[in-house]
Design a protein around this ligand. Structure first.
Ligand SMILES: [Zn+2]
Length: 183
C-alpha cells in the first residue's frame, strides 16, 4: 500500500517494522486483549496444538482490534485507517510538530536490521552493491565488492556493539555469506 500525504510526501506500507506506523487499540478493547493473553498463558491446554490455537487467537484478536495509524515524516500529518474507505487525516496544531510520534518506545535503542547485497549482474539496480540498515536514513551504494564487505562489517560491529541490531545478512549473488541474529 502506498498513499500520498497532502504535502507531497509518499507514505509506504509494504514492509514490517515501519517507524512511522502504529497499531492502535482502543482503551475499550485493551483489557479484553490483555485478558485473552492471560487466558492463553494460564488456561490453554497442555499440548503444542493447544498453545498454537491460543497464540492464533491472540494474533487474530490483535488484528481485529487494531486500527492502523501513520505519520508523515515530512510534515507530521497523522492518518488513521479506521476500516473506512479512506484514511482520516489529522493536521498538527503547531508549526513544528514531533514527526516521530509513532516510532518505537525504545527510541534510538530500538533493535533494527542490517542488509548487505552484492550482485555481479543486476539488470534492475544501477549499482552492484547496496547496504541498508534501519539506522540509516538512506541506503549506501557501492560499486566495489571489497569496499562493500568492509563497510558492511564496520556497520555490523558498530550496531551490534551498541545493542541496536536484531539481525544482519550479507549476500553475494544470492548466496548468504554472513548472517547473524539475536536468537
Ligand atoms: Zn506530509
Amino acid at each position: 500500500m502506498k498513499f500520498m500525504c497532502e504535502c507531497g510526501h509518499p507514505i509506504y506500507d509494504s514492509t514490517d517494522y515501519l517507524p512511522y506506523k502504529a497499531h492502535l487499540i482502543s482503551d475499550q478493547d485493551w483489557f479484553d486483549f490483555l485478558d485473552e493473553i492471560d487466558h492463553a498463558i494460564e488456561k490453554s491446554g497442555p499440548t503444542a496444538k493447544d498453545k498454537e490455537k491460543a497464540l492464533m487467537n491472540i494474533r487474530s484478536l490483535s488484528t481485529n482490534l487494531s486500527k492502523m495509524v501513520y505519520q508523515c515524516s515530512e510534515c507530521g500529518n497523522m492518518f488513521f485507517d479506521n476500516n473506512s474507505p479512506r484514511l482520516e487525516v489529522f493536521r498538527a496544531a503547531s508549526d513544528s510538530p514531533n514527526k516521530t510520534l509513532l516510532q518505537s518506545a525504545h527510541g534510538d535503542q530500538w533493535k533494527g536490521f542490517l542488509y548487505g547485497d552484492w550482485v555481479d549482474d543486476n539488470p534492475i539496480w544501477r549499482v552492484k552493491g547496496y547496504i541498508t540498515a534501519s539506522s540509516l536514513h538512506e541506503g549506501k551504494q557501492c560499486d566495489d565488492r571489497v569496499t562493500l564487505e568492509k563497510e558492511y562489517y564496520l556497520l555490523f560491529n558498530e550496531l551490534r556493539d551498541k545493542s541496536v541490531l536484531r539481525s544482519s545478512i550479507l549476500r553475494k549473488n544470492g548466496t548468504i555469506i554472513h548472517t547473524w541474529s539475536l536468537d
